[in-house]
Unconditional design. Structure first.
Length: 234
């Protein structure tokens, strides 16, 4: 009887242990995925913030030499921050992406110049925009490597103070057309939200600025740009 009782107790103990082990091995149901199956397809809007450096190519030194002066500080060391909004549409097939994007940005990109050490002036890019095509490849379903290029535009302003030469202060502004090329990486971090790191080169054509020198100063704009941004897909 004692042996029978012991065997019964051992059997009950083993049964209870098996039930507990089965409970421990039971796999909880999987949560729905964080990201869309195709996180980059469709319309999107977003914002960006960046830093630019470059120059305002110009003919001021030739004009100054014709007047008997030297340009002691040229417009070849410009820089500044910029920021704005962008929007576009992406179409994806397999892991490839094609799209179009438009943007507009306010800019603090500027540089100072000086003629003969006594005639100061400055040039500023007040705003710029781009309309570009994008092509890319999606890696690991959540990362987009892309290139972009297309039309660029902007408005620049130039100022000069001729008081040292008995003149006035002059200011003029122009709208510039141009082109841009660049690329970057974009990562889908949440459902419908992505962040990006991007590089662009932008070249705007020269325009004539009337600054009281008798001959217009012809100046354009060239810059390298690094930016970060965020997009919301809808």
């Amino acid at each position: 009887m004692r042996l029978l009782g012991a065997a019964t107790a051992i059997g009950l103990l083993l049964g209870a242990t098996s039930v507990q082990a089965a409970d421990l091995l039971e796999v909880p149901p999987l949560e729905p995925p964080l990201l869309d199956v195709d996180p980059f397809a469709g319309f999107y809007i977003g914002a960006n913030l960046g830093w630019a450096w470059g120059e305002f190519p110009n003919n001021a030194d030739h004009i100054a030499l014709g007047l008997g002066f030297d340009v002691t500080d040229d417009l070849d060391d410009a820089d500044g921050i910029f920021g704005g909004i962008q929007g576009g549409y992406n179409y994806t097939f397999d892991r490839f992406l094609v799209g179009i994007e438009a943007e507009i940005n306010l800019s603090d990109f500027s540089d100072d110049f000086n003629v003969a050490g006594v005639v100061p002036g400055s040039a500023d890019l007040d705003y710029f925009g781009m309309v570009t095509g994008r092509v890319g490849y999606i890696v690991h379903d959540a990362y987009l490597l892309y290139f972009k290029g297309g039309y660029a535009f902007g408005e620049a302003e130039a100022d000069i103070d001729l008081a040292a030469l008995g003149g006035d202060t002059f200011s003029d502004s122009n709208f510039h057309n141009g082109w841009t090329i660049g690329g970057g990486i974009e990562a889908a971090v949440f459902d419908g939200i992505s962040v990006k790191l991007e590089y662009n080169y932008m070249d705007l054509e020269s325009q004539d600025f009337e600054l009281g020198l008798g001959t217009p100063v012809s100046a354009g704009f060239e810059a390298h740009m690094i930016r970060v941004g965020v997009n919301a897909l809808f």
